[in-house]
Design a protein. Sequence first.
Length: 154
Amino acid sequence: MTDKKEFIGSVVWLLVAVSVMITSVRLDIGELSNPGPGFFLFWSSLLLGILALIMLANIILKKGESEISGGARLWKNLNWGRNVVIVIALFIYCLVLPILGYIPSTLGLMMILFYKGQMKPWAVICASLLAVLLTYCLFYYGLKTPLPRGIWFF
């Protein structure tokens, strides 16, 4: 039963990857030095297609083996509380990013993510500041990418 659901799921993801790949080619992929609008879509759909093919191959090769409790074991000891908090934090980040801007929004998100990774408070603050400053410098100064300013002037 589990193998059938996994098989159907991997086929669906493979079809999604192929359709997105076709759409991205129509949008023009461009080149690495001059990417087009379909560049990111093409490479991400290619990766999704490869992962779906790996999953399909894994299901086909393990068809003779019994994996009744294998999938259930993966979900048994999962910390659902932490994962729910992370999903909510990402959702809130998407909402406040245009309002507050890149630096405060990303700093808040990084602090939540590092804290949920069970780091010490001083390490959470240092790692969050370092991550935000490095990514800001990389995108704003290095890649000349405009980042959301929000209500702030930076």
